[in-house]
Design a protein around this ligand. Structure first.
Ligand SMILES: [Zn+2]
Length: 122
């Protein structure tokens, strides 16, 4: 048995509740099917904030290295640990792009901190 659509006379399979052709309900009491287009909410990334995050992370994690090059007697490398703050915050973000930047910043700060300690200890 088929269900004939009242609207367009299309023959639908009998287990269909809605017309396959026009979406008209084939069973009384059902509302016409609506098409939902799933659109994930796009979180706007503040570019200026991102640039600031990069600048801050590079400054914090690489300052020990720069200071160590200029002056042999510095323990500023300890201070470079603050450079982990921003990437650590970003990698916990729900936004995939921010997480990606967080990972990049994590690498930048890791290298910076490693270099800072290298020049401090040598
Ligand atoms: Zn129909």
């Amino acid at each position: 048995m088929t269900r004939i659509c009242e609207n367009c006379q299309f023959e639908n399979q009998d287990d269909y509740d809605f017309c396959a052709k026009c979406g008209n309900p084939l069973v009384e009491g059902l509302k016409p099917k609506q098409l939902y287009v799933y659109k994930p909410q796009q979180l706007q990334i503040n570019k200026k904030a991102l640039v600031a995050a990069y600048a801050l992370t590079i400054f914090l994690s690489w300052s020990g290295f720069v200071a160590g090059i200029i002056s042999k007697h510095t323990n500023l490398a300890v201070f470079t640990f603050f450079g982990f703050f921003m990437p650590f915050y970003l990698v916990q973000s729900r936004h995939p792009t921010l997480r990606k930047h967080g990972i990049i910043l994590m690498v930048i700060s890791l290298v910076g901190v490693a270099l800072s300690f290298y020049v401090m200890l040598h």
